[in-house]
Design a binder for this molecule. Structure first.
Ligand code: NCD
Length: 356
């Protein structure tokens, strides 16, 4: 059994093997791969693509699906904890695919569960299945994940797809990362520190226009309205970047691709949809074989040469607590675990550095 919680868990070779399994399934769909297993899709947050493509993936490999697409009709409304929900679902299904609004919820669920957990997005933290399909799309287009310049544009603070993709791409020989965002929505310190440690070239900028000529992958994102503490700030920033034929055509590399995890709001004008640069709908379609592969691997029906990673030191502390107000530790009873990495302290659940 294997969980998919964070892109931190997979190295370069393992990622390439997952993509290979997806490619094999796309060529030769294996109807009986997960015969008669039951997958639970627990979506505590809205979703269109992720839930439906996971469901489609389950059907295509022979699994049955149960679950919910909104917490409103569940016992969460009566005050049930995530711990209890997961414990109970363990008796009803063979694998859990979960989206939750709290950062670190997937890690927490993984610790509580005896069946595999696939993180379908935990708050602003991570979204590994989106990343794997992003990588699958990039690799299909360029034939490689090495040597590319990637520009992440939009809400890099709250965009979990950006966090997972930056972590994953940093395991390859990236040429450069550009993080294009207004100051208020720039990329997290944790990611910057990781890039610094790995010696990967990156630059923080607030406009995409000057860098466009260098970019291979333009990764657009929506401003994540639901995660803002101050609605006025969302109103100020919501349309900060809008790309269109006017701003892109003739100004970028011939083979630059535009990706977007979707949903888009205003950031990509529909006039770009029929250009060769627009890959976002293909990208969404690629979610199906990727998710088939993830479920197959999680349930040990498909193999990758996974190497157990060295475990970081864990300490338990009631005094030093995570300062992230959206961390799962603020909403569930946990054992106050802190992970020590290179002498620094991090919340075991949401990965935020603990300074105090
Ligand atoms: C993304 C998500 O949920 O993080 N959507 C998706 O899964 N395709 C991006 C977003 O909501 O902006």
């Amino acid at each position: 059994m294997r969980n998919f919680i964070s892109m931190k868990e997979f190295d370069r070779e393992e990622i390439l093997e997952i993509l290979k399994r997806a490619e094999e399934l796309e060529k030769d769909p294996k109807q009986e791969l997960i015969h008669n297993k039951i997958a639970a899709t627990l979506f505590f947050e809205p979703s269109t693509r992720t839930r439906l493509s996971f469901t489609s993936a389950c059907f295509r490999i022979g699994a049955k699906v149960l679950g919910f697409d909104s917490p409103d009709a569940t016992s969460l409304k009566k005050g049930e904890s995530l711990r209890d929900t997961i414990k109970m679902i363990n008796g009803y299904s063979d694998i859990v695919i979960m989206r939750h609004l709290r950062d670190g919820a997937a890690k927490f669920a993984g610790d509580v569960s005896d069946i595999p957990i696939i993180n379908a997005g935990d708050g602003a933290n991570e979204h590994p299945s989106q990343t794997l399909l992003d990588l699958y799309t990039i690799k299909k287009e360029f034939g490689t994940l090495d040597g590319l310049v990637t520009a992440f544009v939009g809400d890099l603070k709250y965009g979990r797809t950006v966090h997972s993709l930056a972590k994953a791409l940093s395991k390859f020989q990236c040429k450069k990362f550009y993080f294009v965002a207004p100051d208020e929505l720039q990329i997290t310190k944790e990611i910057i520190d990781e890039l610094e440690e790995k010696g990967i070239e990156y630059e923080l900028v607030d406009d995409y226009k000057e860098i466009l000529k260098e970019v291979d992958v333009l990764y657009m994102t929506r401003i994540q309205r639901e995660r803002f503490e101050k609605p006025e700030l969302y109103e100020k920033l919501k349309d900060v970047y809008i790309i269109s034929k006017d701003t892109i055509l003739g100004k970028c590399k011939e083979n630059m691709i535009i990706l977007h995890p979707l949903p888009r709001v205003n950031e990509i004008n529909i006039d770009l949809d029929d250009t060769k640069h627009a890959l976002y709908f293909k990208q969404a379609k690629n979610g199906v074989p990727i998710r088939e592969a993830m479920i197959g691997i999680a349930l040990d029906k498909l193999n990758i040469n996974y190497k157990e990673k060295e475990k970081n030191e864990i300490i338990f502390s009631k005094e030093q607590v995570c300062e992230n107000h959206n961390c799962i530790t603020k909403f569930e009873q946990t054992d106050n675990k802190i992970e020590i990495i290179n002498g620094k302290k991090f919340c075991y659940y949401c990965g935020r550095e603990i300074k105090k």
